[in-house]
Design a protein around this ligand. Structure first.
Ligand code: GLC
Length: 745
């Protein structure tokens, strides 16, 4: 049966417009309130304190109007008690703003953002954020410090887990989706959270993938690679921004008026407020950018940091800085106005208290089902020799490894309110398929991912030998990624590699399921297993999702949003790289082991590659397999030549040539052949997840506008230049149907 459905697909809009925070009524209320506030109260609005259960200490300060926001208090009753003091006893009754890191779920935990990104499904990501907002708001939270949208090209960096990967376009689409989910249709709604675009900016480019480390980059790179998700967030109405810890070209972000006044306010028109990161203001002293906390406070206020998280340089020094004329009251009033604008927009003055009875229960069936769907769609099939999906009539299954039944680990990093006891592990899910499903022999073998004790290998091998197939659940504990948790070696930790070898020797079919917070170097394992399913850290519903994938209830459909290097030495490695003057070619590369002894210095290919690791990644950006196969044909362009302001439609037919219905993520890439500065060899400009029945063909159409092809030239003008472009529609960044078109003046 051949059904051709014409789908007119526009590339996901990056400039979704959210509601404006500023309007005449709000500005009038803000101005009136500020005129009634003392300096002490103004400084109070600029001060955020961490609760962590110690909020009783703040009662008096709240009563005096010396605190404007609390983070890490997530009990509705205690939040309401503190709020009552602020609203009913402080001088101007300004409500507190309660913040929390609700990064990938509140109590129902979704896959880590790097996994969510691998769904390439903005609607699903938005729904997950909506669910997180409902659960967090029911506990008194008003503001989440998410989405984290730092572009990351270095998997050694622990926080690669928290973002959406290496591509500016995809990260922008996912950031907007998450902001919409958190903030909902009405920021003043009871179940809306103010979102926070973080960390502004360039944090993911930390030298060596070492967290908090130095960032040096050109303004072109900053504007065309690292800023697009933040720009899209402003356009989507994101209520707050957070300053990054790192310095950018010698200036710590928390002291950068280039970032927060010139770009964020003057160029982008941001109307919300900026919060520092935890102690990022006073850290300008160890950065060597401020002599002491007083100077740090001055530099942060001048840079446009409205609120100080946790430290007290504002409380301690603003009065002196004003007296000495080093800052002005206008600067203070501007910061306070930004904060009050968001509090008014959130309806906190009208509705300061949380009524938990208005909310659905945490972890309800709908929330858990959405978390399962996200986990299903986030898993990426990297290898399959046909062993998957597992047959329904398997009799014995050996389930081996430290991550098969590790409920805390599967939740991943940045989980404060999720609980291990809520998590359904792969082992539990597999066992629940009984009695229809196979008998499960479980051998944890290693107590945790870093464990080097091989004494249980014998039991694992014995179970494997008795089985029809082996499921190896390996990877990283949650603590091995996330903030400050960087790794210089990206192999599986502990004795896990050795465990793969031991199980491989049994000759049984082996499926390797990896739960990790980052890309790992697993190339040396690929010929030792029959299939690899990369699940990142899939969250509360990891087990049911992975069981459904392994037994073929649903086909894996996730695709990588970060490049997987062969070895750490290749890093940084990313798909949207420049071509260089000597791009590598397979025919020019001689593997280090194949070089003849004594050859002349000039006898090898002089191109940009490694003698020992070549120039290709293990798996490219956008890569992911399915249980079926998709054929791409008939690339068509609406024209070979377009003018500025025109649109070009690019279409291709995608056919499911296999026997299983499945999703495919169709990707659109371009290359600008010649530019005022060199351009990447490929840039993602659109994508679409489609469902195809066996034998079904669908024409997928993308619309490219000339402004989608703009970049910053040497004069820092955002321009689309005339000239030739390549365009691809394909299944990943390394394959696809290629066409070309010209933009003419
Ligand atoms: C941390 C993180 C930031 C987080 C904040 C509050 O240090 O850098 O992303 O939102 O502190 O927990």
């Amino acid at each position: 049966m051949r059904r051709i459905l014409i789908l007119w697909l526009c590339t996901a809009s990056l400039s979704a417009f959210g509601e404006r925070l500023s309007n005449p009524r709000t500005e009038e209320r803000v101005g009136r309130l500020i005129r009634n506030m003392t300096l002490e109260e103004k400084i109070g609005q600029m001060t955020q304190r961490s609760g962590r259960g110690g909020v009783k200490a703040f009662r008096e300060e709240i009563r005096l109007g010396r605190i404007g926001s609390i983070l890490n208090e997530v009990d509705a009753d205690s939040v309401n008690a503190l709020q009552r003091i602020a609203v009913e006893e402080s001088p101007n009754g300004i409500p507190l703003l309660i913040g929390r890191d609700v990064i990938h779920g509140f109590r129902t935990i979704f896959p880590i953002p790097l996994g969510l990104a691998a769904t390439w499904n903005p609607a699903l990501v938005e729904k997950g954020a909506r669910i997180a907002a409902v659960e967090a708001a029911s506990s008194g939270v008003h503001w989440t410090f998410a989405p984290m949208m730092d572009i990351a090209r270095d998997p050694r960096w622990g926080r690669i887990a928290e973002g959406f990967g290496e591509d500016p376009y995809l990260a922008a689409v996912m950031s907007v989706a998450m902001i919409r989910g958190f903030q909902g249709d009405d920021l003043s709604g009871p179940a809306s959270l103010a979102a926070c675009a973080k960390h502004f900016a360039g944090y993911g480019a930390a030298e060596g993938g070492r967290d908090y480390n130095t960032v040096m980059m050109s303004e072109n790179e900053l504007r065309d690679v690292y800023l697009p998700p933040f720009r899209a967030s402003v356009d989507a109405g994101c209520a707050t921004f957070m300053a990054a810890f790192n310095e950018l070209n010698g200036v710590p972000a928390s002291g950068s008026s280039f970032l927060f006044r010139r770009i964020l306010r003057d160029e982008w028109g941001f109307e919300g407020f900026v919060v520092s990161d935890w102690a990022s203001i006073t850290q300008m002293v160890p950065h060597g950018f401020a002599a002491d906390h007083k100077q740090a406070a001055e530099k942060a206020i001048r840079a446009g940091i409205d609120m100080e998280m946790q430290t007290d340089s504002y409380v301690a020094h603003i009065r002196e800085l004003l007296d000495e004329g080093r800052i002005t009251m206008a600067m203070i009033d501007e910061a306070v106005a930004n904060i009050l604008r968001v509090k008014f927009a959130m309806g906190l003055f009208e509705r300061p208290y949380t009524d938990a009875s208005l909310f659905p229960p945490l972890l309800n069936a709908e929330h858990l089902e959405s978390a399962k769907q996200a986990a299903l769609q986030s898993a990426v099939l990297l290898k399959n020799n046909g062993v998957l999906p597992l047959s329904g009539n398997l009799k014995r299954l050996a389930v081996i490894g430290p991550l098969a039944d590790a409920p805390h680990e599967q939740l991943g990093t940045w989980v404060f309110d999720g609980r291990a006891e809520d998590a359904v592990t792969p082992l539990a899910a597999l066992r629940s398929r009984l009695p229809n499903g196979p008998h499960v022999d479980y051998v944890q073998t290693l107590a945790y991912s870093r464990d080097r004790d091989t004494r249980n290998f014998g039991r694992a091998v014995k179970a494997a030998k008795k089985s029809d197939a082996v499921l190896l659940f390996l990877g990283e504990e949650a603590i091995l990624s996330g903030e400050a948790h960087c790794r210089a070696d990206l192999n599986l930790p502990g004795a896990q590699d050795a465990l793969v070898d031991a199980i491989r020797k049994t000759g049984r079919p082996v499926v390797l399921v990896i739960l990790a917070g980052r890309p790992l170097t697993i190339g040396h394992l690929l010929d030792r297993v029959d299939a690899v399913l990369y699940a990142f850290h899939p969250g509360t519903m990891a087990g049911p999702a992975l069981a459904d994938l392994l037994f073929g209830t649903e086909s894996p459909s996730g695709k990588l949003t970060v490049t997987f290097p062969k070895v750490v030495g290749q890093i940084p490695m990313y798909y949207n790289h420049k071509n260089t003057g000597r791009p590598p070619r397979a025919e020019s590369w001689v593997h280090i082991d194949a070089i003849e002894v004594g050859v002349w210095q000039t006898s090898l290919g002089n191109e940009s590659h490694y003698l020992d690791a070549g120039f290709l990644p293990e798996f490219p950006f956008g890569y992911g397999l399915s249980y079926t196969a998709f054929d791409y044909r008939n690339l068509k362009l609406s024209s070979g030549t377009i003018r500025h302001g025109d649109s070009l439609t690019v279409a291709a037919d995608i056919r499911n040539t296999g026997s299983l219905a499945a999703d495919e993520i169709v990707q659109l890439y371009i290359r600008d052949r010649v530019g005022d500065i060199t351009r990447p060899v490929k840039e993602l400009k659109g994508f679409r997840r489609i469902r195809l029945e066996p034998g079904e063909t669908r024409t997928v159409r993308f619309t490219l506008k000339t402004e989608d092809l703009a970049f910053h030239n040497r004069k820092m003008e955002f321009v689309t230049e005339p000239g030739w472009f390549h365009v691809w529609i394909g299944p990943n960044s390394a394959e696809g149907l290629r066409g070309e078109f010209e933009i003419v003046q």
